[in-house]
Design a protein around this ligand. Structure first.
Ligand SMILES: [Zn+2]
Ligand SMILES: [Zn+2]
Length: 47
C-alpha cells in the first residue's frame, strides 16, 4: 500500500504506512510492525 502525505496522528512526520483497521496514514513512530497497525489501534488490542 502506497501512502503519501503526513502522519494523521502526530501531523509532524511523513506518513510511511497505511493502517488497514482505521485507514490512517501514519509515520514510523506511530506504526507497529508487530501488529501491522498504527499505534492508536494497537493500544486498543493489547493481549
Ligand atoms: Zn506520527
Ligand atoms: Zn489504526
Amino acid at each position: 500500500m502506497s501512502v503519501t502525505g503526513i502522519c494523521q496522528i502526530c501531523e509532524a512526520a511523513p506518513a510511511r504506512h497505511g493502517c488497514p483497521q482505521c485507514g490512517r496514514a501514519v509515520c514510523e513512530d506511530h506504526w507497529s510492525d508487530d501488529a501491522g497497525l498504527c499505534t492508536e489501534c494497537t493500544q486498543g488490542r493489547r493481549q
